[in-house]
Design a protein around this ligand. Structure first.
Ligand code: C2E
Ligand code: CA
Ligand code: CA
Length: 284
């Protein structure tokens, strides 16, 4: 059923999902072998919460989050949720993630050279990547090769992943921060160790998860949560980014809460590089 020229071991509990998994795994190895070309980086704008920027006029500082997609020759188009967890499990997130980091930094360089504004780019880093012994050098090289101001690179770490070796992770993050890049804590409010990770690790930006935004136009609890985060952010010197803003009502609800950055479909979905550039870089 999966094609000729392959051997599969039979077991009662091999169901269609594990066959799919084997397929994913094999194709992922192949795609990495082909220098990661099938992994395409999309960009979603991150809007600074100021009147001018919100209206789309006169934006000077423009952010973008890099989000990977896989255009697989064999499997078709895959969203990150469909392959990043497996890539992390197999350790293959390292070559894929390094590819995304490199592409994102190259793009940011070109945008800044266009003279339109001051662009920064956010890249998701898996905890698995942080464990690469040469991760600090990899990041340093990306910044230097592309002439980036270090603060224009933001590295996002999700709270969802358990951190096994907190001492080592913390030291690596401190080393990365010494490069001058900014660190963001992603998906805040969804993990099991929310507040303790803020205390233990040096984050510049905290990204409030979209779960807290869904009902924010009407729900007192969500409103109180975002307000509390903004206050906490002020106290510890971190900027707050709210993700998942889809409607005008949600935007109205949060815009005066002391939130620094806004991200969501209300502005744009993640766009292919060319579409992002057409809209945010070369149309000024
Ligand atoms: P994330 O880092 O939390 O990224 C934000 C996700 O929310 C993106 O999904 C984005 O498309 C989606 N999103 C943005 N605005 C809205 C909105 O207004 N409404 C809704 N419903 N969703 C919105 P995406 O691109 O499918 O990525 C899913 C996750 O995959 C990311 O979540 C991130 O954890 C992971 N991921 C993506 N690219 C990479 C990567 O290069 N490396 C690693 N390690 N993980 C990645
Ligand atoms: Ca993210
Ligand atoms: Ca997130």
């Amino acid at each position: 059923k999966s094609g000729k020229n392959r051997i599969a071991e039979y077991s009662d509990n091999i169901d269609s999902s594990s066959i799919h998994r084997l397929d994913l795994e094999k194709n992922m190895f192949d795609a990495i072998g082909k220098s990661c070309e099938e992994f395409e980086v999309y960009f979603q704008p991150v809007i600074t919460n100021e009147k001018k920027a919100r209206s789309g006029k006169g934006i000077k500082h423009i952010g973008a989050e890099a989000l990977v997609r896989w255009n697989s020759d064999k499997l078709g188009f895959l969203n990150p949720d469909e392959f990043v967890p497996l890539a992390e499990y197999l350790g293959l997130i390292n070559p894929i993630g390094n590819h995304v980091l490199k592409k994102a930094c190259e793009c940011c360089r070109q945008w800044n050279e266009s003279g339109v504004g001051d662009f920064s780019v956010s890249v998701n880093l898996s905890v698995v990547q942080i464990m690469q012994t040469d991760i600090v050098d990899i990041i340093k090289e990306c910044i230097e090769e592309n002439n980036l101001k270090p603060e224009n690179l933001i590295l996002e770490l999700t709270e969802r992943l358990a951190i096994n070796d907190l001492a080592r992770t913390k030291q690596t993050l401190l080393d990365i921060k010494d490069l001058g890049v900014r660190l963001a804590l992603d998906d805040f409010g969804t993990g099991y160790s929310a507040l303790s990770s803020i205390r233990a690790l040096p984050f510049d930006i905290i990204k409030v998860d979209k779960d807290f935004v869904k009902d924010i136009a009407t729900d007192d609890y969500s409103q109180a949560f975002v307000r509390m985060m903004a206050q906490l952010g002020e106290t510890i010197g971190a900027d707050i980014c709210v993700e998942g803003i889809e409607t005008k009502e949600q935007l109205e609800a949060i815009k005066n809460m002391g939130v620094k950055y806004i991200q969501g479909y209300y502005y744009d979905k993640p766009l292919r590089r060319a579409a992002f550039e057409e809209k945010y870089v070369y149309n000024k």
